[in-house]
Design a protein around this ligand. Structure first.
Ligand code: GLN
Length: 561
């Protein structure tokens, strides 16, 4: 193997899922970054889906989107928010993607007729995926292996990292195992047995962890530490606790105080520079001192599972933080909103948000929520599907198109103000490709970062600090139908953001100016965006649209007091 400068930290999880492996990894990444080290992260997911793009948010949580158009696991959102650096397609691999690469290679004759096997072919592909991260000339890459040790599915990944470690050597590849340490109230003791078993499982496949991080409700006792060290064959100063925190942004501070970064730095020879954790401390202090309160009604369809709107919830919080306000969210199931009860349900909050979503369920409820926000001058933010509902509502009630709809919900309606671009949206125009969506749901969307030009003097432009050009992340199949541009703008709809019209690569092809942001002039704050601003918000840098939206909601709160 060619000499690689990058060092790797592999994080595995044991005992049970949902221990916060992604968060712990991200917090450690943040600490290393605060040390002045160039860090990035990667997630290896053991399931067979090619990517989480087609997975149901109810089951899997939100699909996070990167600039380069990868549809990924929501842990990548944590990585970006903690590291403040964008992840890429390389940062997320599923077993499905690995296997499909292996099979494609096999079809191309890449294995010269040999028998294709998990070891070495699948494991080689995994190692290649991990090593592809070195292209960015990083000091450290944190690799999170999804799933729980002991699962059949994650075996090829674990075998690959085992091989990687023996190829790179101990000083260049470190194993951290995150485990669970239950506390038994009745006997008043921590129980280390599950951790012992999960480490035993790891060792049976040849991986000896260097560091064990125990997730536990409180700091563990010296005796438990000693016991884990003894049974799991690590030194006592390599056993750490990740205590439950109320605010996830306390994690870097907690882990720093535990000395995790110091231990990692020593084992990987990363230098003795103390990480500057003051920005994290400031953040946590500011979060603890929020003086105002504002509430937002989120009218969507994935409300039952909080993880479906992970980034959105985060971004609203960041927006609030910018105004020293705590944001309270009420999830409202759009299916339960009807013309009769809309007012009663919606009047409780100072802002209304219709988030992204797919399929027709709950659409009429969302449109009623838009209508309520427009008529009662409640600050409104519509994201992706939310913009589409806002355009439909405006067309129906303000522009004399009572049957207005989206091709997604009524394929053959004449007044589809939201439509699908397949046919005239040419991939050669420089925008990302659209494939025939008929049998491949995974490849038919506009996904990833696209430029948007802001119209001066609009709320959008104001929110973004009067910049002309922004870049935001998309994930949708349908668009504002330009056939209705005149009708709708004449009726008062303001187009405040559009795709730039300068032909990038092929000037001879028509390049539609896609509508990216709409707003209303005679309203305190009513804005819909075709993109997902929540993916680019972080606590250190709240997104301008969320900051502005929450600002407007706070104004409403003041007015109605
Ligand atoms: N279902 C809509 C579309 O495909 C909106 C998608 C979304 O909100 N992300 O265009």
């Amino acid at each position: 193997m060619a000499r690689i400068r990058t060092k790797f930290i592999v994080i595995t999880g044991g005992v049970l899922s949902s221990l916060g492996k992604g968060l712990t990894a991200a917090a450690l990444g943040a600490l290393l970054k605060a040390k002045g080290i160039k860090v990035s992260m990667q997630k290896l997911d053991p399931y067979l889906n090619l990517d989480p793009g087609t997975m149901n948010p109810h089951q899997h949580g939100e699909v996070y989107v990167t600039d380069d158009g990868a549809e990924t696991d929501l842990d990548l959102g944590h990585y970006e928010r903690f590291l403040g650096t964008p992840m890429t397609r390389r940062s997320s691999y599923t077993a499905g993607r690995i296997y499909s690469q292996v099979l494609a290679k096999e079809r191309r004759g890449g294995y010269l007729g040999g028998t294709v096997q998990v070891i070495p072919h699948v494991t080689d592909e995994v190692k290649e995926a991990i090593l592809s991260m070195t292209e960015d000339d990083l000091d450290v890459v944190l690799v999170e292996v999804g799933g729980t040790v002991g699962d059949i599915e994650s075996l090829p990944f674990l075998e690959a990292v085992r091989q990687l470690r023996s190829e790179l050597g101990r000083g260049r590849c470190l194993f951290i195992h995150l485990s669970f340490l239950p506390y038994l109230e009745t006997s008043g003791e921590f129980k280390s047995k599950p951790t012992q078993h999960s480490v035993k499982e790891l060792r049976s496949i040849g991986i000896q962890p260097d560091i064990i991080v125990c997730r536990s409700p409180m700091p563990i006792s010296i005796e438990s530490r000693a016991k884990i060290a003894l049974f799991c064959d690590v030194s006592q100063d390599a056993v750490f606790t990740a205590v439950d925190v109320k605010n996830i942004y306390e994690l870097p501070i907690k882990l720093f105080k535990e000395g995790l970064e110091k231990k990692v730095a020593r084992l990987l020879s990363l230098g003795k520079t103390e990480p500057d954790i003051s920005p994290w401390q400031n953040l946590v202090d500011r979060q603890a001192r929020l003086t105002k309160k504002v509430s937002v009604n989120i009218v969507g369809k994935y409300g039952e599972l909080m993880d479906s709107y992970k980034s959105l919830k985060e971004a609203l919080g960041h927006g609030g933080l910018a105004h020293e306000a705590e944001v309270e969210f009420n999830y409202i199931n759009a299916e339960e909103v009807d013309a009769e009860n809309a007012g009663k349900i919606l009047k409780s909050a100072q802002g209304i948000l219709v988030p992204g979503g797919f399929g027709s369920r709950g659409i009429e409820g969302m449109i009623l929520a838009v209508s309520y926000a427009r008529r009662h001058k409640v600050p409104f933010l519509g994201i992706c599907l939310g913009l589409q509902c806002a355009v439909i509502e405006f067309a129906r009630n303000q522009a004399g198109l009572p049957h207005a709809n989206s091709e997604e919900f009524r394929p053959n309606c004449r007044d589809n103000v939201i439509f699908r671009m397949t046919g005239w949206y040419d991939p050669n125009t420089g925008l990302r490709a659209q494939r025939d969506p008929s049998d491949d749901l995974g490849g038919s969307m506009r996904v990833g970062s696209y430029p948007c030009k802001l119209a001066p003097g609009t709320k959008a432009s104001q929110a973004y600090g009067e910049t002309d050009l922004i870049h935001e992340r998309h994930r949708h199949r349908f668009e504002f139908n330009p056939r209705f541009l005149k009708t709708l703008t004449r009726a008062g709809l303001v187009i405040s953001g559009q795709g730039p019209d300068d032909p990038l690569e092929n000037p001879s092809l028509p390049r539609p100016k896609l509508v990216e942001i709409i707003e209303l002039a005679d309203h305190p704050w009513f804005l819909g965006c075709q993109f997902h601003p929540e993916f680019k918000s972080s606590p250190m840098k709240p997104h301008p649209l969320f900051k502005s939206f929450i600002g407007a909601a706070l104004q409403t709160a003041k007015r109605t007091k």
